[in-house]
Ligand binder design. Structure first.
Ligand SMILES: [Zn+2]
Length: 487
C-alpha cells in the first residue's frame, strides 16, 4: 500500500505536466482555426481591431464595454468573458509599437467563441475565472507605431502620476476590478539574448518586484510559480529561447504597482525569432502561454510549481545583432588587421506607419566573438573595402533601374546619385541612391556609419553589403531588404 501511495506521489506531478503538454500540443495543432486572419502583420491600427472587438457583443458569454478613450478619443475597450470567482486581467500594447500580444488576444477571442473539442476546457475556465481583456491600451501610439502616447509620455512610467488618459484609465479599471491575476503584455528588443547564449529571447517573463529589495511577497511568489509552469511547458516549443526580464524595481510602472496592490502580476515580453519579422510565431506562443496560464489558474496547479525553476531562468542580455560579418581583413592607415563587423537594421515607418523599410548601420567593429548574429558570415581570407559612389549622377529612377548592378559592384560601387525627384526614403533596387549630390562614404568603418561594403577574395568580388543586406554579386537583388535613398 505504502509503495502504491509513494508511486502515486512520484507519478502524479509528471502526469499533470504531461497533460498540460498534450493540451498545448493539441492547441498548437488547431491554432490556425483560431488565428484572426484579418491581422497578419504588426502595423495594424485601432480601426482594424475595433470591429473585431465590438462584434464580440453579439457572442454568447462576452461582455464588451467602452472603458474610456485615448487622448485622441479612440475607444479603449474592456472585454470580459466567464463567470468564475477568480478575476484575471490582461492588458496589451500600452506601448504603441508593441503589438504582438494584441494579435494573440484576438486569437484568444476566437478560441473562446469556438465550439469544438476544447469545450471541456472552456467550461472549466468559464466556471472558475472571469477574464477581463483590455487590448491596445495606447491606440494613438499604435496609429503612428510609436512607443509613447500622443503627449510623448511613456504610459508605463505613468502608473503613479497618471497624467495620460490611457494610464489613468488602466489604473481606474484595475482599481475597480480588484483582479487576482494581471498579465502585462509587451514587446521587447529582438536583440535580447537568453543570458550570454546565441539564442534570441523570444519570450521573456517577469514577476515584477514590489520594492527595491526585490522581496518575494506571497502574491509575487504565486506569480513566480505560475511562470515556472509556463516556462517548463512553453520551453518545449522554443527550447532555450525563454529568458527573464530585468527584475529591477520600477516604482512608476504598472506591473510593479499592481503586484504591490495584490494582483499576481506577470510580465510577458515578446522578443525576436529568426525569420519571424512579423512575429507570427511569437503571437502563437503568447496564445499558448496565456491559455496555459488560464488552465493552471483554474486548476490551481500553479501553486505546486517550484519557484526554483523561475529563479534559474537566465536573464535577458544583449548579445545579439542582426548581422555579424566575421574575420575580415581590413587595410586602413597603413595597417592590415582582422575585424568582425556587427550590423543592426532599424525599422523606419512610412505610408502612415502602415509599412516600414530598413535603415542599417554599423553597430560595432573589432573582436565580436562574444556576440551572435541572426545572420552570420565567416569571411576568413576575404578583404573588406568601402563601397564607393558612382561619380556621374542619373536623372531618374528609371535610368538607375536599367543599370547592370553586377558590373557596378565589380567596379567597387555600392551607391549612385540621382538628380530627379523621389518621394520616399528607400528603394528595392540593390544600390543606395544619394539624392542630388554624389557623396562618398567615409573611409573608416565605424559605429553609426552606413553599412555599405564590398567583400573580395584576391580580386574576386564575393559579396556586396548594401544597407546591411548581404548580396551575391551574380544575383544583384534583395531577398527581403531594401537600399536607401539618402537626402
Ligand atoms: Zn513595453
Amino acid at each position: 500500500m505504502l509503495k502504491f501511495i509513494l508511486k502515486l506521489i512520484l507519478i502524479f506531478p509528471m502526469i499533470t505536466s504531461a497533460q498540460d503538454l498534450d493540451f498545448l500540443k493539441s492547441l498548437d495543432q488547431q491554432y490556425d482555426s483560431y488565428r484572426e486572419k484579418s491581422i497578419s502583420h504588426r502595423r495594424f491600427k485601432h480601426s482594424d481591431i475595433k470591429p473585431l472587438i465590438t462584434s464580440l457583443e453579439d457572442k454568447i458569454f462576452f461582455t464588451v464595454k467602452k472603458a474610456g478613450v485615448s487622448a485622441e478619443k479612440r475607444e479603449i475597450y474592456l472585454v470580459s468573458w466567464g463567470e468564475g470567482p477568480v478575476k484575471v486581467f490582461l492588458w496589451s500594447q500600452m506601448h504603441g509599437d508593441e503589438p504582438t500580444a494584441t494579435m494573440a488576444l484576438l486569437d484568444i477571442f476566437n478560441f473562446l467563441k469556438a465550439d469544438d473539442s476544447f469545450n471541456d476546457f472552456r467550461n472549466l475556465i468559464h466556471n472558475k475565472l472571469t477574464i477581463y481583456f483590455m487590448p491596445m491600451v495606447n491606440p494613438d501610439g499604435a496609429d503612428i507605431y510609436q512607443r509613447r502616447n500622443i503627449f510623448e509620455i511613456d504610459i508605463n512610467r505613468d502608473a503613479v502620476r497618471q497624467q495620460t488618459p490611457e494610464g489613468e484609465l488602466l489604473m481606474s479599471v484595475f482599481d475597480s476590478l480588484k483582479s487576482d491575476f494581471g498579465f502585462n503584455l509587451h514587446d521587447q528588443s529582438t536583440r535580447y539574448s537568453v543570458g550570454n547564449s546565441s539564442k534570441p529571447a523570444t519570450l521573456s517573463f517577469l514577476a515584477p518586484t514590489v520594492d527595491y529589495e526585490k522581496s518575494v511577497s506571497p502574491v509575487r511568489e504565486d506569480a513566480i510559480k505560475l511562470i515556472s509552469g509556463i516556462y517548463k511547458n512553453i520551453s518545449n516549443f522554443i527550447p532555450g529561447h525563454i529568458a527573464k526580464y530585468t527584475d529591477d524595481f520600477e516604482p512608476r510602472a504598472f506591473g510593479d504597482n499592481f503586484q504591490k496592490m495584490g494582483a499576481r502580476t506577470i510580465l510577458i515580453e515578446s522578443g525576436g525569432y529568426k525569420d519571424d519579422p512579423e512575429k507570427q510565431l511569437i503571437r502563437k506562443l503568447n496564445f499558448l502561454s496565456l491559455l496555459y496560464s488560464f488552465k493552471s489558474i483554474a486548476e490551481g496547479t500553479y501553486k505546486k510549481e517550484d519557484p526554483a525553476v523561475y529563479e534559474k531562468i537566465p536573464f535577458n542580455e544583449k548579445f545579439i545583432m542582426d548581422i555579424v560579418l566575421r574575420n575580415l581583413k581590413y587595410k586602413n592607415a597603413g595597417h592590415e588587421y582582422t575585424i568582425d563587423i556587427g550590423i543592426n537594421r532599424e525599422e523606419e515607418n512610412y505610408n502612415d506607419a502602415k509599412d516600414f523599410y530598413y535603415k542599417s548601420s554599423v553597430e560595432d567593429v573589432g573582436d565580436l566573438s562574444v556576440f551572435y548574429g541572426y545572420e552570420e558570415y565567416d569571411l576568413k581570407g576575404m578583404e573588406i573595402i568601402v563601397g564607393k559612389t558612382y561619380p556621374q549622377p542619373f536623372n531618374s529612377l528609371q535610368e538607375i533601374e536599367k543599370l547592370d548592378f553586377s558590373e557596378l559592384y565589380q567596379e567597387g560601387y555600392t551607391n549612385v546619385a540621382l538628380t530627379g525627384k523621389v518621394s520616399q526614403g528607400f528603394t528595392k533596387l540593390p544600390i543606395n541612391i544619394f539624392y542630388k549630390t554624389a557623396e562618398d562614404e567615409p573611409l573608416n568603418i565605424k559605429p553609426e556609419e552606413r553599412a555599405n561594403f564590398i567583400i573580395k577574395k584576391d580580386n574576386e568580388i564575393k559579396f556586396v553589403v548594401i544597407n546591411g543586406f548581404v548580396i551575391d554579386p551574380m544575383k544583384p537583388q534583395f531577398k527581403t531588404g531594401n537600399a536607401l535613398i539618402i537626402k
